[in-house]
Design a protein around this ligand. Structure first.
Ligand SMILES: C[S@@+](CC[C@H](N)C(=O)[O-])C[C@H]1O[C@@H](n2cnc3c(N)ncnc32)[C@H](O)[C@@H]1O
Length: 226
């Protein structure tokens, strides 16, 4: 058993059948959520363009398949999807358009230990996972695994500082004086960018959900050539 396959995150266990369905519905509910989902899809599409419209993509974690319609817009793209939670994958398969589902092979895996050969895909597409990975050691393990599996690029989203929401979150956290397990974190952009570099990537693009307001940012990374 590799060291990476022993990494377990507390938050990973919460995505049972009920939570998975709730997660799918969450992004469809109310005008605010639908607008936010629209913008997220929009910046994810821009990230794929910066990545050079990759011909093969691994969507991990795929969750309930929120990005499958976007990824499928390129008719000849080869798409794989994976998630730690089988319930999430089941919800995606049940709910999404059957043609889209039929073209996406899915498998259960931890993003720390992906059951694919090195250089298997042109790009790894990783939305809304990294902001859950609080320990640097775990982030480094994840990024190294991505560097192994992708041939070329990675598109990933996370929370960064330097905006109103991060400032507000910091203030709230300070007033709550919270101790114990934290399952989400706001990255210092300089620190996370140095982690990308240390794990063998260069940054070829970054897109903010709403600059100076929102914490969400998508980075597009390219594997450094040795
Ligand atoms: C916030 S959801 C994001 C899902 C999808 N990317 C999206 O944006 O709709 C987080 C997902 O990470 C998955 N997950 C948790 N730990 C994981 C791990 N170690 N490896 C792969 N997926 C994991 C969960 O099962 C869940 O589907």
């Amino acid at each position: 058993m590799s060291l990476n396959s022993k990494i377990k995150l507390e938050f990973s266990e919460k995505y049972d059948s009920k939570h998975s369905l709730d997660y799918y519905k969450k992004h469809k509910e109310g005008l605010g959520r639908r607008l936010s989902n629209w913008r997220e899809q929009n910046i994810a599409g821009k990230a794929l363009k910066i990545a050079g419209n990759p011909s093969s993509v691994l969507d991990i974690p795929c969750g309930a398949g929120r990005f499958w319609p976007l990824l499928s817009e390129m008719p000849d793209r080869i798409i794989y999807a994976s998630d730690y939670s089988l319930s999430m994958i089941m919800v995606a398969k049940k709910i999404l358009d059957s043609y889209i589902v039929s073209r996406i092979p899915c498998f259960q895996a931890s993003a720390f230990s992906i059951n694919l050969k090195s250089d298997s895909v042109d790009s790894i597409f990783c939305m809304r996972l990294l902001h859950h990975i609080v320990d640097k050691e775990h982030r480094m393990a994840l990024l190294k695994e991505f560097n192994r599996v992708t041939r070329d690029t990675v598109c990933l989203s996370l929370w960064v500082d330097g905006n109103y929401k991060a400032w507000r979150r910091n203030r709230l956290e300070a007033s709550r004086n919270r101790k114990g397990y934290q399952n989400r974190f706001v990255a210092n952009s300089k620190v996370i960018e140095s982690e990308f570099f240390e794990t063998g990537f260069e940054i070829i693009g970054q897109i903010d959900f709403a600059r100076y307001y929102s914490m969400w940012r998508i980075y597009v990374l390219r594997k450094k050539r040795s």
